[in-house]
Each structure stands twice: as structure tokens, then as C-alpha cells.
Design a binder for this molecule. Structure first.
Ligand code: ZN
Length: 380
């Protein structure tokens, strides 16, 4: 009898309608908010399928796909609505944090988002696989009927779905060189390739910017998953924010105001005095800021804003984040687990009446108590 983990599981994150607000109007000036650009690199850790290749433009991983991936992490973390398959915001004057940041659309009503993610472009050549690969036909025509107990627990939807990261040293599953009838070849970026992209933002509050920074870069050892064939082992990537540029607060009075690198701005324009003072009692914040190296300013800016998000949204500091059960679920699903045996149950498993009401163990049960305990894993 082998034990295995289903390719996906759920972050137990519930939509909290008490956290909805009127969004910021687009037709007013918001000098106390942040606008600017984050320049990022994306490194493929495993192989990644790309939407389609456009050689003329040279783009590879579309910004719209990246935005979806980053938004889903932000939604799960912030108890925002789950537009795909869960409860969603109903009224334009009462939107969750993610709808206010990334945009909202419902039956002809629209709130334009304040975050824009550009396409990720390869930094070098030779990044794509040249030989044709396809997904095995059986994998595509596999068990279609949803096994309901995987998606519901006690009559409740289980939360936000994420796919596990597979061990990048192992080959992906169900991939073939033989072309099945009518199937297009997969466009694949090799592992360990570097891409770059920009995330532009307008009029974000400090906690909103903190959530964006967090959802982009994640924690050390956490990864995003992007593209097709995620359950088969594709799609693990790491995003790093390399540069932060901000529009100065006087941008409405100064024609020449332009996005300025964080390290060239005075502390007053960076707007994080309070958080600096709290970590350095009785010291002059401006002097401390001016004494920081470029790298220190970059790190402190991200840390301070991430902390503001946790403090404002959950009333705990970033350091106390493991008291949040949905954050622990996210940690479980976004980390790599090299020892895990990850695949779907077989058709025989689904057909076995004994498994008819077998549900998914939640992330904490999969990890085990003590960690590594496999008593709650699925068996076949
Ligand atoms: Zn929403």
C-alpha cells in the first residue's frame, strides 16, 4: 500500500465581509498614498509552461498570468473574496482588500485596480525547450467528475486551492514526446532561467503596499506556481524584488516628478518614519535612514510595510504570523517538500466505494504531528 499526497490542497481562508470598504475614488488626488514601480526578477526553479510564444515581441510569461498568481496568494492571505468558485464581493461600495487593489468586475460594474503587472521577459537566450513535448492523453482525459469530498468539508468550501511544488530534480509526470491527436505541443521554459518584469502601483496605502510586496516576494523558501500542468510538476518559480521606485509626494505640484529609486529619496518622502523610530528608541530617524546602505534601505522598506499589513489586518506583527492558521496553511503549500509522493489518486481509487466519502486531510494533517507523520495521507 503506497501513501501519497493529492497534487492540490486548500488554504483555510474565509472571506471576511467585515473587512470590506469603499474603494478609493480614481478621480481625486491621494498624496498620502504610494505610487511607483517594483522591478522584479522571476527565476524558474522547475520547468514552466508558457502561455504561447510570441517571438516578435519576445515576451514569455504573460503579466495577466503573473497577476493571477500573485492575487491568489494575496486573497488567501488577506481573507479577501475568492472570485473563482467561492464567495465574492457584490457591491462596488463594499470591496475586499484584493478587489480594491487588483480590480473588481461584476455584471457590468467595474472598479479598476491599482496594480498592474507587466509581462516577464527572458534575460538571456536559450531559455526555452526546443524539442516538442505533450501531456499524455490519459492525463488530459483523466478523472473528470469532481470528487466532492476533496472540495468540501462539513458542507463548507475548503478555501483557496494551491498546488504543491514537486521535487525539481524529478521528471514531471505524464509527459510524452508522442503527439496525441489534435494536441498542441507545450511551450516550456527550462529550469534556472531568469526573467524580469515590473509591477506598477498607484495610490496604495501602506498596508496595501505591504501586501503587494509580500505576495510578490513571499518568505524565504516559499515559491509561486505558474502556468499549465501544475499538478504534473511544472511551474515552480521564485520572484525577487530588485528595486523600488516611488513617485515623490509633491508629484502633483512638480511637473518633473518621476519615479525615483528608494535610496535617492529622503525619509520624509518614503513615509516610514514611525516604524523606524519604533525599532530605534531615542534616535533620530532621519540620521538612521541616511546611514543605511542602499541594500539596507531596500530591506527595511519591505520589512516595515509587510509588518504594517500584518498589524493592520490581523493585529499581529510579522514576527507573530505563525499564530494565524491560514498563514500556516499557506506556508505548507508554498514550500517545497522533497520527500512527498505527489500524484492524483488512480481511477481505481476513485471507483472504490470505500473511498466514496474520503476527503482531503488539511495541510496540518498532511504535514503531520510530529511533522513527517503520514497517518493522514491518502492510501492506495
Ligand atoms: Zn473582493
Amino acid at each position: 500500500m503506497t501513501e501519497f499526497v493529492n497534487p492540490y490542497n486548500f488554504v483555510r481562508s474565509e472571506y471576511d465581509p467585515k473587512k470590506t470598504h469603499q474603494p478609493l475614488p480614481h478621480n481625486q488626488l491621494h498624496t498620502k498614498h504610494y505610487s511607483g514601480r517594483l522591478t522584479c526578477t522571476l527565476t524558474t526553479v522547475s520547468r514552466v509552461t508558457t502561455e504561447s510564444l510570441d517571438w516578435k515581441k519576445g515576451s514569455c510569461i504573460y503579466g495577466s498570468s503573473l497577476k493571477g498568481v500573485i492575487r491568489s496568494v494575496a486573497e488567501a492571505l488577506s481573507h479577501s473574496c475568492l472570485p473563482l468558485g467561492g464567495k465574492k464581493c457584490q457591491r462596488a461600495d463594499s470591496l475586499c482588500l484584493c478587489c480594491r487593489m487588483f480590480g473588481w468586475l461584476d455584471k457590468g460594474n467595474v472598479y479598476m485596480g491599482r496594480v498592474h503587472i507587466g509581462d516577464a521577459k527572458p534575460q538571456g537566450s536559450g531559455w526555452s525547450e526546443q524539442s516538442a513535448e505533450y501531456i499524455e492523453w490519459q492525463a488530459l482525459s483523466g478523472p473528470k467528475a469532481r470528487h466532492r469530498p476533496f472540495y468540501n468539508s462539513g458542507g463548507q468550501a475548503r478555501g483557496r486551492k494551491f498546488y504543491y511544488h514537486h521535487d525539481p530534480s524529478k521528471p514531471e509526470q505524464k509527459i510524452t514526446k508522442t503527439k496525441p491527436h489534435g494536441q498542441d505541443k507545450l511551450s516550456i521554459a527550462k529550469a534556472n532561467q531568469v526573467f524580469s518584469f515590473a509591477a506598477d502601483f498607484a495610490d496604495l496605502t501602506r498596508p496595501e503596499l505591504g501586501l503587494l510586496l509580500y505576495a510578490l516576494q513571499l518568505e524565504d523558501g516559499w515559491f509561486h506556481k505558474i502556468g499549465k500542468a501544475k499538478p504534473l510538476g511544472f511551474g515552480t518559480v521564485k520572484i525577487v524584488i530588485n528595486a523600488v521606485e516611488l513617485l515623490p509626494p509633491n508629484r502633483y505640484e512638480d511637473w518633473d516628478a518621476r519615479p525615483t529609486p528608494l535610496e535617492s529619496l529622503p525619509l520624509s518622502a518614503v513615509g516610514m518614519r514611525q516604524s523606524l523610530i519604533s525599532t530605534a528608541a531615542n534616535a533620530d530617524a532621519e540620521t538612521i535612514w541616511n546611514g543605511f546602505s542602499t541594500e539596507e534601505r531596500h530591506i527595511r522598506f519591505i520589512e516595515a510595510h509587510v509588518d504594517e499589513f500584518f498589524q493592520q489586518h490581523f493585529g499581529v506583527s510579522h514576527q507573530q504570523r505563525d499564530t494565524l492558521s491560514h498563514w500556516r496553511d499557506l506556508r505548507h503549500l508554498l514550500r517545497q517538500h522533497p520527500g512527498y509522493n505527489i500524484h492524483y489518486p488512480t481511477q481505481g481509487w476513485f471507483n472504490d466505494l470505500a473511498n466514496k466519502s474520503v476527503g482531503l486531510p488539511n495541510p496540518e494533517e498532511v504535514e503531520g504531528n510530529p511533522p513527517g507523520d503520514r497517518s493522514k495521507w491518502l492510501k492506495e
